[in-house]
Design a protein around this ligand. Structure first.
Ligand code: ATP
Ligand code: MG
Ligand code: MG
Ligand code: MG
Length: 467
């Protein structure tokens, strides 16, 4: 049954409230007091200290809808039906309270009773050695044994170095043959878009010493994650997560500006989806205080904006347009995330500044790249050319690689990295010299400082600062 994204979020959170969970609002995308992670990538990530017991959680049962950024998925965005660099993750968590029995029973109840998903389209995966999960799913929940697939450690065991870890169990939805890859071995776990993983239940029941010893925890935990857009995609019967109601409105805005009709060609559709994704992630990142810079989170932001701008060029857009689309992102999300509305002026201004400055060099850079490709003898662009694109035209390496990949070409990354390193060393040396001179009173250090674009914004990340 068709259900809007906002309604699905509310259904999930209130369902788990009815099961004794405390609803918390999404944590910011910038990890707080956690240097191990650049950006929050799951519902569990900002709650690590509740799991380890370092901090006492406000309740032993918590439910959230968490903003997430996953840049490792960037190459898949727009090409698969199910990956975004930005998405919302619904989750229910137990800190040493309930465990497998309740987590599986409630997941099933939510899917089949609340959402009324057809049982014959749902598949379950478990970790190959987790017989307990098999018994619970089949005997307590009543799932047919032939709907349960056992997968190995890579897919279904959650582990991060040492510490708490455990097996997972995932829920998949079969979207039908028309989405399949046609391979005779296609099934749960296949990388195509037929069987879509939509919910992952992690049973944190062991403590690992990193040497292969797994000690059972006295109070095991539950951590689950369900992609809200993926769920909406299933509930709305649309092809991919960019066609979900609220997300589609953003894509339509891009489509209007470009005067390109969604559905006209796979190539322009990919660009429409990539832009839609990247504008979502960048609006949310800036909303949480990330500022464009040349390193860390700020560089992730810059890369996403530049990639989006380049896909705009592919659609024939030659003027800054992303800050305009940001309006629709804010409009579609302001009820759930009021911080976006509060910071809308800053968000739009920052995007416009970034877009305008890249707009000055992007066309020349693309022309240079075209010429370099025409003159290429092998299949590899030289590190020198890639570095020139970076240094003179502001092309992040992954942007260059993305463009080349479309033509089946690659970059000499080793040389690029060496040139980057050399440049950093030169910059460091000249900074030292400049400071020495300034102190000697011959010139002002301020002359080298970039102009300040924004002031008076609280909670903004300063360039390159790692929290
Ligand atoms: P996949 O195998 O499809 O890449 P995953 O196993 O990496 O997903 P998890 O880490 O288990 O995903 O995250 C929990 C849930 O979050 C997934 O079941 C899915 O619904 C959602 N999710 C994960 N990655 C993305 C993404 N890039 N875009 C949208 N939703 C996602
Ligand atoms: Mg993944
Ligand atoms: Mg997976
Ligand atoms: Mg998973």
């Amino acid at each position: 049954q068709w259900t809007g994204l906002n309604e699905l979020r509310e259904k999930y959170l209130s369902f788990f409230e009815s099961k004794g969970h405390l609803r918390l609002k999404s944590f910011p995308l910038i990890p707080q007091n956690d240097k191990s992670l650049l950006l929050i990538n799951s519902g569990m990530a900002p709650m690590k200290k509740y799991f380890t017991g370092e901090i006492t959680p406000p309740s032993k049962r918590v439910t959230t809808c968490q903003k997430c950024i996953r840049t490792p998925d960037i190459e898949r965005v727009g090409k698969t039906a199910r990956h975004g660099t930005y998405f919302e993750m619904l989750g229910n968590f137990s800190f040493g309270d309930y465990f497998k029995h309740e987590a599986t029973a409630w997941a099933w109840e939510f899917c089949t009773k609340v959402l009324k998903l057809p049982v014959d389209r749902i598949w379950v995966s478990i970790y190959e050695d987790d017989d307990q999960a098999f018994d619970i799913w089949t005997k307590e929940v009543g799932v047919s044994p032939d709907r349960i697939v056992r997968l190995g450690k890579e897919d279904n065991f959650w582990e991060h170095g040492t510490g708490p870890c455990g097996p997972c169990s995932e829920l998949y939805f079969d979207r039908g043959e028309e989405y399949g890859c046609g391979s005779p071995t296609c099934g749960v776990g296949c990388d195509c878009d037929r069987y879509v993983e939509f919910w992952n239940l992690v049973f944190t029941q062991f403590d690992s010493d990193g040497k292969g010893n797994y000690t059972p925890l006295d109070h095991p935990n539950i951590d689950t994650g369900m992609g809200l857009e993926r769920l909406a995609c299933i509930m709305q019967g649309v092809h991919n997560l960019f066609e979900v109601d609220t997300v589609q409105n953003i894509m339509k805005h891009v489509s209007r500006i470009a005067n390109v009709h969604y559905g006209d060609s796979e190539k322009t559709d990919v660009s429409l989806r990539v832009i839609t994704d990247h504008i979502r992630s960048t609006v949310f990142m800036i909303g949480d205080g990330v500022m464009p810079s040349n390193e860390g989170r700020g560089y992730v932001l810059r890369r996403l904006l530049r990639r989006a701008a380049r896909h705009g060029r592919l659609l024939g857009i030659h003027e800054p347009f992303l800050s305009e689309v940001a309006d629709t992102v804010i409009l579609e999300n302001r009820d759930a995330y009021p911080e976006l509305a509060e910071k809308s002026v800053l968000i739009k201004k920052l995007i416009l500044v970034e877009e305008t400055s890249f707009g000055k060099t992007i066309d020349q850079g693309l022309a240079m790249l075209d010429t370099a490709v025409e003159n290429l003898s092998g299949d590899t662009l030289s590190g020198e050319d890639a570095f020139k694109l970076y240094d003179t035209y502001g092309f992040p390496l992954d942007l260059t690689m993305d463009i080349l990949e479309e033509k089946g070409l690659k970059v000499d990354e080793e040389t690029f990295d060496r040139l980057m390193k050399e440049q950093r060393e030169r910059a460091r040396a000249s900074r030292k010299a400049a400071t020495a001179e300034a102190w000697a009173g011959t010139r002002s250090v301020l002359a080298d400082c970039p102009a300040t674009v924004f002031t008076g914004y609280e909670g903004t990340e300063t360039t390159g600062k790692v929290l």
